[in-house]
Design a protein around this ligand. Structure first.
Ligand code: 3PG
Length: 382
C-alpha cells in the first residue's frame, strides 16, 4: 500500500481524509468515540503539515437525508477533541465553493456521504464531484474497506492515494494474527448485519476450528433450519444456504435462549430450549447452557475473534449472555481480537480488559480481512 508518510503534502495541499465515523449518537451526542480517537494520529500529522483537511465519512444506513444520522454531532465532538474549529459542509456544492476560503491547517467535514445517492452506488460521476475537493486522498476508514462504495473504491483512483496511520496499524496487527495464528481458532459472531456475516461464515468455516453464533445471525440460521423462532427478528438468508453446511460440527448455535414478548425489557422474560420458543415470543439473548457451551470452547482456544453481541445488549435484562461470555475471557490464554463497540463495553463491564490482545475499529471489515487477507478499498491504495 502507498503510505501517508510518502505522500507529498505541502501547506495549502487539500487533503481528502476518508474516515469511518459510523459511531452511535444519542440525543445529539457521540456515545462512543473509539473510532474518532483512532483517527487523531493521522489528523494531527496532516495538521502539522499545514494541509487543508476535508474529512468525509458515512454514518448508519440512511434512506436519503435523515437528520438523525447527520455527522454534525461528530464534527462538534472532533472540535472538542482537537480544540479547533471544524467547518461543516451540508453538501458537495457548498463544499466546492467554500473550500477556496480554507486556510492551511483548517479542517472541514462533509455531511454523511450516504445522504448522497452516488456513494453506495459506485458512481463515477459522484467520485468525480468529490475529487474536485482535494489534491490528494488519504484513507483511514478501515471499518468500511470491505465495501465498494464510491468514496473508498473509486475516489482513490482519481487522486494520489495513501493509507493513513489507522489503516496501516489495522493491517499490520491483523496480518500478524493471520500469519501467526494460534490454534484452535474460534470465532464468535453475533449482532446484526446478517448478510455481511453469512458471507464471512461461508468463507471461514473451513479455515477455523469453531464458530459460535448468537444474535440475529443465529435467529436467521435457526429459521432456515425450520426451527420456530416465534416473532424474533431475522433476515432471509435462503439465497446463501447452498453455500452453508448447517450440519457442520464446527458450527455452534444457541442451545437455549432468553425470550420475552417484547424487546423493551418491560415484559417478563424466561429461559427456554431453543426449540420451544412460542409464537408470540422473541429471542433476545443467549441462555445459560449456550454460554456454558461457548465458554468451554473458548477456554481451550488459541485465538478468539469476537464480533457482535449475543443478545439485545443495550437492554440490561438481555445483556447477560454477552457479559457472562466476556467474563469467561479471563479464563482463556487465547489471543483475543475484538471488533465493535458492544463487545468492548461488555469486556470493560466485567473487568476482563486485560484479556484483549487487539481491538479493531472494524466489524465486518475485520472479519473479512482475517478471512481473506485483502479488502477492496485497500487494494486500490496499492
Ligand atoms: C461498520 O460499522 O461496520 C462500517 O461503518 C460499515 O458499515 P455498513 O455495514 O453499514 O456498510
Amino acid at each position: 500500500m502507498r503510505l501517508l508518510e510518502n505522500l507529498k503534502i505541502e501547506p495549502h495541499t487539500r487533503v481528502i481524509l476518508r474516515t469511518d465515523y459510523n459511531v452511535s449518537v444519542v440525543n445529539g451526542k457521540v456515545e462512543d468515540d473509539f473510532r474518532i480517537e483512532a483517527s487523531l494520529k493521522t489528523i494531527e500529522y496532516l495538521l502539522a503539515k499545514k494541509a487543508k483537511i476535508i474529512i468525509m465519512s458515512h454514518m448508519g444506513r440512511p434512506r436519503g437525508r435523515d437528520k438523525s444520522l447527520s455527522l454534525k454531532p461528530v464534527a462538534d465532538h472532533l472540535e472538542t477533541l482537537l480544540n479547533k474549529k471544524i467547518l461543516f459542509f451540508a453538501d458537495v456544492e457548498t463544499a466546492q465553493h467554500s473550500i477556496e476560503d480554507m486556510k492551511p491547517g483548517d479542517i472541514a467535514m462533509l455531511e454523511n456521504l450516504r445522504f448522497f445517492p452516488g456513494e453506495e452506488a459506485s458512481d463515477k460521476r459522484f467520485a468525480n464531484e468529490l475529487s474536485k475537493l482535494g489534491d490528494v486522498y488519504v484513507d483511514d476508514a478501515f471499518a468500511v474497506a470491505h465495501r465498494k462504495h464510491t468514496s473508498v473504491f473509486l475516489l482513490p483512483r482519481l487522486l494520489p492515494p495513501a493509507a493513513g496511520f489507522l489503516i496501516q496499524k489495522e493491517v499490520n496487527v491483523l496480518d500478524e494474527i493471520r500469519v501467526a495464528q494460534k490454534p484452535p481458532v474460534v470465532f464468535i459472531l453475533g449482532g446484526a448485519k446478517v448478510e455481511t456475516k453469512v458471507k464471512i461464515f461461508i468463507k471461514l468455516i473451513h479455515k477455523i476450528d469453531a464458530i459460535c453464533i448468537g444474535g440475529l445471525l443465529a435467529n436467521s440460521i435457526l429459521m432456515t433450519k425450520g426451527i420456530a423462532i416465534g416473532k424474533s427478528n431475522y433476515e432471509d438468508i435462503a439465497q446463501y444456504v447452498d453455500g452453508m453446511d448447517l450440519t457442520d460440527t464446527r458450527l455452534h448455535l444457541p442451545l437455549d435462549v432468553v425470550v420475552s414478548k417484547d424487546p423493551s425489557g418491560k415484559s417478563p422474560a424466561r429461559i427456554t430450549a431453543v426449540a420451544s420458543v412460542k409464537a408470540d415470543e422473541m429471542i433476545l439473548d443467549a441462555g445459560p447452557d449456550t454460554i456454558k457451551l461457548f465458554s468451554k470452547i473458548i477456554r481451550t482456544a488459541g485465538t478468539v475473534v469476537w464480533n457482535g453481541p449475543l443478545g439485545v445488549f443495550e437492554i440490561e435484562k438481555f445483556s447477560k449472555g454477552t457479559r457472562d461470555l466476556a467474563k469467561e475471557l479471563k479464563n482463556t490464554k487465547a489471543r483475543v481480537v475484538v471488533g465493535g463497540g458492544d463487545i468492548v463495553r461488555a469486556i470493560h463491564k466485567v473487568g476482563a480488559e486485560k484479556s484483549i490482545y487487539y481491538q479493531s475499529t472494524g466489524g465486518g471489515a475485520m472479519l473479512e480481512y482475517l478471512a481473506e487477507g485483502k479488502l477492496p478499498a485497500l487494494d486500490v491504495l496499492k
